[in-house]
Design a protein around this ligand. Structure first.
Ligand code: HEC
Length: 140
């Protein structure tokens, strides 16, 4: 090989190695894992500054579930629900789409007890805010 040919070959080789490295180190974002959300750097946070219990009021949860999570005649009390929601991610998924959990016995009872109210879906809310609410509910 002539000298220029060696140079070209070297550059090609380096280019391929860098390309492969880039592919290998590219991070795949997991779809439904919200557990790491709280570790996001501040600059990326579009979420409000409100705490979980304040968000519970702001989002209107309190209108149905009552003050102090005591429940009303429109919706069940939410005290001690950590007994049923061992996973934070599950609870967030529930808030985003309550319908997908309706086949559970507990929810069939709720349907009978609160026939005129349904738990609205909060899929349009920031997942970080829902995470804060979930954290709040799971410590009550
Ligand atoms: C319009 C009334 C209404 C509003 C507003 C509402 N909920 Fe509900 N929620 C219900 C009803 C009714 C149920 C019982 C399940 C059903 O019938 O859909 C329920 C069930 C739940 C449950 C499951 C309870 C359990 O035993 O596991 C959670 C958790 C919950 N709501 C949280 C929230 C949060 C958080 C908000 C606000 C972001 C909220 N709800 C807003 C009516 C409401």
């Amino acid at each position: 090989m002539t000298k220029p040919q060696i140079w070209v070959a070297t550059f090609l080789f380096l280019f391929i190695v860098l390309f492969l490295l880039g592919r290998l180190t590219k991070k795949e974002e997991p779809m439904k894992d919200f557990s790491g959300m709280n570790n996001a750097p501040m600059s990326e946070q579009t979420t409000s500054e409100l705490t979980g219990d304040k968000l519970f009021q702001t989002f209107g949860c309190v209108n149905c579930h009552g003050v102090d999570l005591a429940g009303t005649n429109m919706a069940p009390a939410l005290k001690g629900i950590k007994e049923f929601w061992s996973s934070r991610d599950n609870l967030i998924n529930y808030l985003r789409n309550p319908n997908s959990f309706m086949d559970k016995d507990r929810f069939k009872e709720y349907r009978a007890k609160y026939p005129n109210q349904i738990m609205p879906a909060f899929g349009n809310k920031d997942v970080k805010d829902l995470g804060k609410i979930a954290d709040y509910l799971l410590t009550q």
